[in-house]
Design a binder for this molecule. Sequence first.
Ligand SMILES: [Zn+2]
Ligand SMILES: [Zn+2]
Length: 170
Amino acid sequence: MHQFDAIAGGWDAVCSESGSHGVLRLTAFRRVERLPGATAPPAHVVTYRCHDGCGGEHRLLMSSEELDWLPIATGFAPHFDLMTGRMAHDPDAGLDLWWRAMRRGRWPVTLACEHHPTPVPAWPSCLRALEPDAEPDGRWFLVHFTCPLCERPGSQVMRPQALELLPRAA
Ligand SMILES: [Zn+2]
Ligand SMILES: [Zn+2]
C-alpha cells in the first residue's frame, strides 16, 4: 500500500535506482494502464517520472483504492483539539474538505470530454497518458483519458494546477 500525503498532494514513492524517498504527484504520471483480466476492483500499472530521485521512469502497481480513493479519504495533518487541549488527528477532515470541494465542482480530476456539454467529474484512474511540454517541470500537459461517462477516449491540454490532488474548499 502506498501512503498518500494529503499535505503534499501525492503518494509516497521510493526510487528503485537511488533509494531516495519522494512524493509521487499526478503531474509525474506518464502512463496509466489498467491490467487486463477480471480483477475486481481493477488494478493499474502507473508509469511515472522519478522527479525526486534518478529522473528516469518507474512502474508502480496501484489498486483502484490507492489511486482513486486514498487521495480523498486520507486525513489531513493533526490539528489542535480545543476540547482536550492537545494535538488531535481528525481522520474525517480530508474527506470533509473533498466533499465540499466536489460540491463546488472541484473533483480530483475534471475532464473535458467532447461528447458532454459540461466538465466530467473523474478520477486518477481515468487518465491514460500525460505528455508534458518539458521535463522535469511541464507548464502544460497533453492529457489522454478515458471518459468515465461514455468510456470513449479523449485528449485535452491541462495546466499542472488542474492535476493537483488537493481539495480547494474555498
Ligand atoms: Zn528513480
Ligand atoms: Zn464522454
